[in-house]
Design a protein around this ligand. Structure first.
Ligand code: ADP
Length: 709
């Protein structure tokens, strides 16, 4: 885990009373292009989106738009369009509440300035479009707009929870999820850890493994240590006091200049449903500060050799701060890729492996996130929509295989670091490499989340708003040093429309005043192309088959019943069994109850969330695996589970159809479509094609099973 300066990442957030204002230590600030204050008092109407109630100001807006039209009719159409467009653009300033941004504030401010959006550093009486939280979703009560955190994400990426979620996927798809090191959860799996290591050593005597012990909820390398054997005294001492994950240590990492390094990649989870994932095209590489040697009992304790954490290595005398993003102990990932490609490494393949790792990891996290989401923001209640930037820490093995180390829900967005000027005297100095990467990630995340985007497009006027790619390539592509676009200096350039006197001749073709107007109306035109690349749903076809637990979570959520709950009660579980037609003469409802009690009791005894009683999603998944194994004995676990999900979805679809038709209560139509009879449903092919397709698929699977057995 990395952090600029001393900012902790993904450590459990310090509890904060709801609604307590975490004000930045500076004066309130208005973004440069902010409209007059009275505009806020009138209430700039938010766009209709998500659960946001439609704003009261929409009528007023239309009025303002229409006013004075006649007077302007005499002017040239370009000019008129420009003015109207200007007003449209002004009206469409996105509002961002940055009062909870904490250490991401500086990078956020720079991003907002580049976008010329309105910042509210002390919060706002009226709702904002976007709320930027530095720590977690639960910073405030928000009923509309968008928040840059998902409920439950911090919990989901804790070391134990992440390991559990990946483990479930490894059970189903062992090949696909081999990018995560073999891990055991302590203390509960200590006996398993001992037994498995002994077995592996017996079957492969030359194997001399090393393990890394990571305390749950730890960060910045805190409390991490390496061991050579499960009998290590340190492990025994900590076992009961601190839950942890013990993991196979990757002892042959890829080295650059003999140093171990890892990669911090920024990933935007834009939406959970439908799943939308973006990856930043560049990230950071954090280097160790002692030459690497494979672990031996002698060097196990050398953190500067084995741990790539910035927060640790910065204390090494060998740490190199560099103003150049291509050198030093923290560099851009692109500079590392450049170096690797010059040595003949297939960079395309490496990127494709990394993208695949990211998508698969997010797929492992989403089922439980959906449970949190429906609990915090139940459907039908007013609430915000969410997005989140995640920090993925990835290690490259010597053979270039990427390995997932961890996911940070709260990656450091600091763009400065502490420097010791003289003994004991520290100063915050800008960190160019952090600024280059992080400001772009925040800015482009905001661009993707822009609630007015569609509206802006619709409002573009044909004679002034050109097809920007053809008529006016982005300024960034014309600037000699595109890197400058990301720096504080570049803001000056990106505000070209306001201070264009010197640069306009250089950048614009003669006679292109409308182009200048275009930039002034649309700051987007002066920004570099997006640094975030969509990978899902773009590659959905390749990865959708992995989303089995997601489908199980949908079943689980359906039977949760009470809004806001995260655990399934015994009645909900029984209803699930009954509605999905899972009990029969071989599996009575009494057995169902025993299964429920056994699994639920075990999961609850693991000391997980005790606030609610009942069956958590992970326990439900385990119960589902049991049911699938009982029912489809001869198949692989993956096939068993997929078949049972199909079976359940099929029966629930029939049930839904039946309820729908019955609730319509139109007897004649019902007779034509479907007959509700005690023995079930009779469907007509034309009206129930999707359902019949599922039935055919289910029949095919039965045939397949018969064929195999
Ligand atoms: P933290 O959250 O405390 O930073 P990490 O899981 O990121 O914990 O681990 C800290 C560092 O330890 C990583 O940055 C990496 O250098 C090293 N590390 C972690 N797991 C492994 C592993 N399985 N193999 C090799 N090195 C590892």
């Amino acid at each position: 885990m990395e952090s600029a300066g001393t900012e902790p990442e993904s450590c459990p957030p310090a509890p904060e009373p709801p609604g307590s204002p975490a004000l930045p230590a500076e004066e309130p600030e208005r973004s440069e292009a902010a409209p007059e204050p009275q505009q806020e008092a009138e209430g700039v109407p938010p766009p209709a989106q998500g659960r946001r109630p439609s704003g009261p100001g929409s009528k007023g807006q239309a009025k303002r738009c229409g006013a004075g039209k006649g007077g302007r009719a005499k002017r040239g159409s370009t000019r008129r369009a420009g003015e109207e467009g200007g007003r449209l653009a002004r009206r469409a300033h996105v509002t961002v509440d940055s009062s909870k941004a904490k250490t991401s504030l500086e990078a956020l401010k720079l991003s907002l300035r580049q976008l010329r959006w309105r910042e509210f550093p002390f919060g706002r009486r009226l709702p904002c479009d976007i709320y930027w939280h530095g720590v977690s979703f639960h910073d405030n009560d928000i009923f509309s707009g968008q928040v840059n955190k998902f409920p439950g994400m911090t919990e989901m990426v804790r070391k134990i929870t992440l390991s559990r979620a990946v483990r479930t996927m490894q059970d189903l798809f062992p090949e696909e999820y081999n990018f995560y090191p073999h891990s055991w959860i302590l203390p509960e799996e200590f006996p398993l850890f001992v037994a498995e290591v002994r077995m592996m050593k017996e079957s492969d005597p030359p194997w001399k493994p090393t393990f890394i012990v990571k305390p749950d909820g730890g960060c910045q390398g805190d409390g991490i240590y390496l061991i050579k054997d499960p009998s290590d005294i340190r492990l025994a001492g900590n076992l009961q006091s601190r839950p942890a994950v013990v993991q196979e240590y990757i002892s042959k990492p890829l080295l650059i200049d003999k140093l171990k390094f890892d990669i911090r990649l920024y990933v935007l989870l834009k939406s959970l449903e439908p799943l939308e994932i973006y990856i930043a095209k560049d990230g950071l590489s954090r280097f160790c500060t002692e030459p690497y040697q494979e672990p031996t009992l002698k060097n196990l304790h050398q953190v500067f050799m084995h741990l790539t954490n910035y927060s640790l290595n910065i204390h090494s005398g060998n740490f190199i701060h560099s103003d150049n993003v291509n050198t030093g102990s923290k560099r851009t990932f692109s500079s590392v890729l450049y170096r690797l490609s010059s040595k003949g490494v297939d960079i395309k393949k490496l990127w494709s492996d990394i993208i695949s790792l990211v998508i698969k990891t997010v797929i492992a996290l989403t089922p439980e996130l959906k449970v949190y989401y429906q609990s915090d923001i139940p459907a039908g209640k007013p609430g915000p929509t969410c997005f989140q930037i995640l920090g993925f820490d990835i290690l490259l093995m010597k053979n270039l295989k990427p390995v997932l180390l961890e996911v940070n829900a709260n990656p450091s967005m600091r763009i400065e670091h502490e420097q010791e000027l003289s003994p004991g005297v520290f100063e915050n100095v800008p960190s160019p490499v952090d600024e280059e990467i992080k400001v772009a990630v925040i800015r482009d995340t905001l661009r993707l989340m822009d609630p007015y985007k569609k509206k802006k497009k619709d409002n573009q006027l044909p004679d002034t708003c050109m097809d920007s790619k053809q008529r006016f390539p982005p300024i960034s592509s014309r600037l000699p040093q595109s890197n400058l676009q990301f720096s504080k200096f570049a803001i000056v350039r990106s505000q070209l429309s306001e201070n264009a006197a010197d640069t306009k001749d250089e950048l614009l073709e003669p006679g292109s005043t409308d182009q200048l107007e275009h930039i002034s109306k649309n700051p987007e035109a002066s920004l570099p192309s997006l640094c975030l690349k969509q990978v899902f749903p773009k590659y959905a076809k390749q990865f959708n088959y992995l989303r089995l637990v997601d489908r199980m979570a949908a079943l689980f959520i359906r039977f949760l019943g009470v809004k806001g709950t995260m655990k399934l009660g015994p009645t909900g579980f029984r209803t699930f069994i009954r509605n999905c037609k899972l009990s029969n003469s071989n599996f009575s409802m009494a057995s169902v109850d025993i299964l429920y009690i056994d699994i639920t009791r075990r999961w609850n005894s693991m000391g997980l969330d005790q606030r609610e009683s009942g069956m958590c999603l992970q326990a439900f998944v385990e119960a589902f695996f049991c049911l699938a194994q009982r029912r489809y004995k001869s198949l692989s676990l993956q096939e068993q589970v997929a078949s049972l999900i199909d079976f359940c979805e099929y029966h629930l679809a029939i049930l839904d159809e039946k309820r729908l038709v019955c609730s319509r209560g139109i007897t004649e139509r019902r007779a034509a479509l479907v007959t509700c009879q005690p023995d079930g449903l009779h469907l007509t092919a034309a009206t129930h094609a999707p359902l019949l397709n599922r039935m055919t698929a289910a029949n095919k699977r039965t045939d397949y099973r018969n064929h195999r057995s």
